[in-house]
Design a binder for this molecule. Structure first.
Ligand code: SF4
Length: 447
């Protein structure tokens, strides 16, 4: 059995947290996490298959790691996560030097699978991609968190939506909700350990329902987590616009512990394209939800995701996206060119929009968004005093950086420890971040 492991993670916050759970599982069996491939006798790579680029990145990284294995024959390589789930045995055909391929439902079995791999060394890779029939995710005894101040906590896994561009229902399966008691217990423990921020995670986080009481829904859980004494901030990701009911919006409007930032993935501003995407809302319904947030009692910064060049997207459809972006004034945006993914409904639809047109649309959208962000930063942030949760050293290697409740990155001179709160006066703004000077220290409160 290997003793020292090193994990690399591609993809979203859910993947990051899966790696934290895997690290906890292995540590629970007495293994030790190390900081580099060279120190490890087990290398795990946790994958993402939402975009084509992530798959290319994985195979190129595995090519590099193979060289290390050639000179260290006892070294084991395992691939975990969405791409492992999706490709299974095909992955082994492509990279036969891999020892273990573990899908998204089988993380919990990793220590046992490693023992099997040890016993059958030389007889090929072990592939474990079964979907568990369990109605709730398997509880993990221990999580090793990467952050000392932000605790990621899974509340649900999988997705019952069937967006035609998305591979998640194939790789993650149908919704499975954790019992509220288990979530609350983990959240209280994290706060007792000194964590000041909790990030609730799920593929469609706001469709949460307690498996032991179907009337206890996301709004109830969010409200109970936000009420934990001494907890400073709660965030959640990734929600689906359709699942924002009035109760959830009013809880967000009322509870100051819940960060005043909400991600509202739009994907397209055109109702016919939303229909082809199977998003289950129209442009009008989306704007109604935006309106509800605008009137919920306190300012909420909205962020979004947009795909351009989806099959069938005409110039007029794209203009609808631009006009909606202009109307809503999102505080930040992730935007992408469409590319077909395997095992999705749209996989075989004619991807008729030329690459240059997709690139041009993306450029127009991003230019508009950059101007909006700069304007919002000038109007709402410049010259204001803001509370910032310090996260670490800024990219220049000298200043500190932290985040506002609205999730804005602020760079400022200082030596504050990550996990502490400080007040910063904003002296300059760019489209992507803010610059300031510390005004007061508020509280030292770190894990
Ligand atoms: S809601 Fe749609 S985009 Fe989000 S995970 Fe489910 S299928 Fe994918």
């Amino acid at each position: 059995m290997p003793q020292r492991f090193f994990i690399e993670t591609f993809g979203c916050q859910m993947n990051e947290h899966d790696s934290e759970k895997v690290a906890g599982l292995l540590a629970h069996r007495g293994m030790v996490a190390v900081n580099s491939l060279e120190e490890a006798d087990l290398f795990l790579i946790n994958t993402c298959s939402v975009r084509e680029k992530a798959a290319q990145k994985l195979y190129s990284r595995l090519g590099e790691v193979k060289k290390h294995k050639t000179s260290h024959p006892q070294f084991l390589i395992g691939v975990l996560g969405c791409l492992a789930q999706q490709e299974g045995e095909d992955m082994v055909k492509r990279v036969p030097f891999v020892d273990l391929v573990v899908g998204t439902h089988m993380f919990h079995a990793l220590p046992d699978l490693l023992e099997e791999v040890e016993q059958r060394r030389g007889s090929g890779a072990r592939v474990a991609t079964d979907f568990l029939p369990a109605p709730t995710p398997v509880e993990i005894p221990q999580v090793i968190r990467q952050s000392d101040f932000r605790a990621n906590i899974t509340i649900m896994e999988g997705c019952n939506k069937q967006c035609s561009f998305c591979i998640v229902p194939t790789t993650r399966g149908r919704e499975r909700n954790r019992p509220a008691q288990a979530v609350l217990q983990e959240a209280r423990r994290a706060v007792d350990q000194g964590y000041v921020e909790i990030l609730l995670l799920g593929q469609t986080v706001n469709s949460y329902k307690d498996p032991n009481d179907r009337h206890f829904r996301f709004a109830d859980l969010l409200s109970q987590v936000a009420s934990i004494p001494r907890l400073q901030r709660v965030r959640f990701t990734s929600p689906h616009p359709r699942e924002f009911d009035d109760h959830t919006i009013s809880v967000i409007g009322e509870m100051e512990t819940i960060c005043n930032q909400v991600h509202l993935p739009l994907q397209s501003g055109s109702t016919p394209i939303l229909k082809r995407m199977r998003r289950q809302y129209t442009r009008e319904r989306y704007l109604e939800i935006v309106d509800k947030f605008r009137n919920c009692g306190r300012p909420i910064a909205l962020s979004t995701d947009i795909i351009v060049g989806f099959p069938g997207e005409s110039d007029a459809d794209f203009q609808q996206t631009l006009s909606l972006v202009e109307e809503v004034q999102f505080e930040s945006m992730f935007s992408f060119k469409y590319s077909p993914r395997p095992h999705t409904a749209a996989e075989h639809w004619q991807d008729e929009i030329p690459e240059e047109k997709k690139t041009h649309r993306l450029m127009l959208l991003q230019k508009m968004q950059k101007e909006i962000q700069l304007r919002l930063h000038q109007e709402h942030y410049l010259g204001r005093h803001l509370e910032v949760l310090v996260e670490g050293t800024a990219r220049d290697g000298v200043r500190r950086f932290g985040r506002t409740s609205t999730n804005k990155v602020v760079n400022f001179p200082g030596t504050d420890r990550p996990g502490t709160f400080t007040e910063v006066f904003i002296t300059d703004v760019g489209p992507n971040s803010l610059v300031g000077q510390k005004t007061t220290d508020r509280q030292q409160n770190c894990a």
